[in-house]
Design a protein around this ligand. Structure first.
Ligand SMILES: [Zn+2]
Length: 300
């Protein structure tokens, strides 16, 4: 038997924004996601509640290498854990300079440390590439990586019996709020994303564990709603892309659009703030504009 615990990393001092999942049998401990390095002390204190330290973690299973999911992986590697990651993401954890620079372009260099903390290279021996459907046994637990592009080209969802840890491919749902798709640049790909949703559903999961935030128990209904919002957002951006609207205006208008959707769904302003922290709307504007640009140029 094993247990699954949700660790609340209190990103930017707010609960229910970023989770890490601790899965343990009697002698082995696995983390799915590490959160960013900026929440490291919170991760350590959450582990302590389960009488553990970072040295007790045998393996880290990453869904992808964005900072909010993998930023602290190097610290767990330094404490002895093996890090499992998609082969396309792996080189960026061994030499994170490019990853850091591209994030700095999105968030602004001045905001990087406050948001994400620091990132250092991980020794090659600690990094293990995943292969689609090739199960990894850790103690009594068998984790199967499902390569699931769409949010990021190097995205992996992790299956453990009838549970699937979905990273960002099942979107964001915080508290009782709506399900929304995080669409940061540079890899957003609508068709791949929808195929990935089908791939997850084909596994007939009972439960999905979302990094933002927590467990949901109605996978097929969940993905139906996610698809609907993904199409709505993509169409909204497409219209403004085709009209040649200035990016600043698109960002303002899109924030308005998503705020209206949240308010209509009965989401309180306090919860809406958590959504903006976990998944800023301006970032989805960049990701979806890039998708339509590449599409128009015939590059995807
Ligand atoms: Zn994320």
């Amino acid at each position: 038997m094993y247990t699954i615990k949700t660790l609340d990393l209190h990103f930017q001092k707010e609960g229910h924004t970023i989770a890490s999942f601790l899965i343990s049998d009697q002698n082995h401990h696995v983390l799915v996601e590490t959160g960013p390095e900026s929440t490291w002390l919170q991760l350590v204190s959450e582990l302590r509640k389960h009488q553990l330290t970072p040295n007790d973690i045998d393996a880290v299973l990453l869904t992808h290498i964005h900072f909010d999911h993998a930023g602290a992986a190097w610290k767990l590697a330094a404490a002895g854990a093996k890090i499992y990651v998609h082969p396309i993401g792996l080189p960026h954890l061994a030499s994170p300079e490019k990853l850091w620079q591209s994030a700095a372009q999105i968030y602004g260099e001045a905001n990087m440390e406050k948001l994400w903390g620091s990132m250092e290279p991980i020794e090659k021996e600690k990094l293990i590439p995943t292969a689609d459907f090739e199960t990894i046994g850790i103690g009594k637990m068998a984790f199967t990586p499902l390569h699931t592009p769409g949010h990021a080209i190097h995205h992996v969802a992790w299956k453990l019996d009838q549970c699937i840890f979905t990273g960002d491919v099942a979107g964001v749902k915080i508290n009782e709020g709506p399900i929304v798709p995080p669409c940061p640049p540079p890899d957003i790909h609508l068709e791949d994303w929808k195929e990935s949703m089908e791939k997850i559903l084909a596994q007939k999961p009972d439960k999905l564990y979302l990094t933002h935030y927590g467990a949901v128990t109605n996978p097929s209904q969940h993905f139906d709603q996610l698809k609907e919002v993904l199409d709505d957002w993509a169409e909204w951006i497409k219209i403004h892309f085709q009209a040649g609207t200035a990016k600043e205006l698109i960002e303002k208008g899109f924030l308005n659009h998503t705020e209206n959707q949240m308010t209509t769904a009965g989401t309180s302003p306090a919860v809406q703030r958590l959504y903006e922290l976990a998944n800023p709307s301006w970032m989805s504007v960049s990701g979806l504009l890039r998708y339509w640009k590449l599409k128009e140029a015939g590059r995807i």
